[in-house]
Design a protein around this ligand. Sequence first.
Ligand SMILES: Cc1cn([C@H]2C[C@H](O)[C@@H](COP(=O)(O)OP(=O)(O)O[C@H]3O[C@@H](C)C(=O)[C@@H](O)[C@H]3O)O2)c(=O)[nH]c1=O
Length: 182
Amino acid sequence: MAQVLSMNEYDEMDRPRIQTLPGFYGESLIEGVVIKSLDVFSDERGYLMEIMRFNDESMNAGEIKQAIASYSHPGMVKGWHLHSVQEDHLVCVTGMIKLVLYDYREASPTYGVLNEIFMGERNPRAVFIPPGIFHGTKNIGSGISLVIGMPSVYYDPDNVDERRLSPTDNDIIPYDWECRLE
Ligand SMILES: Cc1cn([C@H]2C[C@H](O)[C@@H](COP(=O)(O)OP(=O)(O)O[C@H]3O[C@@H](C)C(=O)[C@@H](O)[C@H]3O)O2)c(=O)[nH]c1=O
């Protein structure tokens, strides 16, 4: 049983984290990353959202070469992934995920900065990730999540532009994928 103190200790305790943008935690947005809010159009038949226009210069969408559907089981982490050339465009269209980014570009003004982006059906976003930024996703919902990935290069199994780090055992990224309870 913790020692009972008094409100005199109030200022010694942790302050709550504040979301500076809906669904975003981080000291600042990593340089070059774009988070775009998506509109959801609903009626009694269902709902629709545009996930990407290939002439959207704000997302460098003209460079997109293909689209993939990446499904994750509840609680599953995919990452850390790192590309040297490939740009990624991600939209979670089913369920909710946590997308975590870590700037690994030494020349970047946000080198070493971590971003957490909680996105999906309850916070529809399209995210542009430049190369040199580690990224990973965690399905934080109770069902399968579906992420549409739109990379700027064609997938070449003989020359994959991707390197990976364990999400739980690496000495580069100071991040714990467990839910932060507070
Ligand atoms: C990415 C990709 C994979 N594959 C095949 C080969 C590979 O062994 C298998 C599983 O691929 P991955 O392990 O890369 O899949 P996954 O772990 O779901 O990761 C993918 O998720 C999206 C959100 C990303 O951000 C990408 O980095 C991509 O790696 O699918 C393709 O055929 N085409 C592709 O474009």
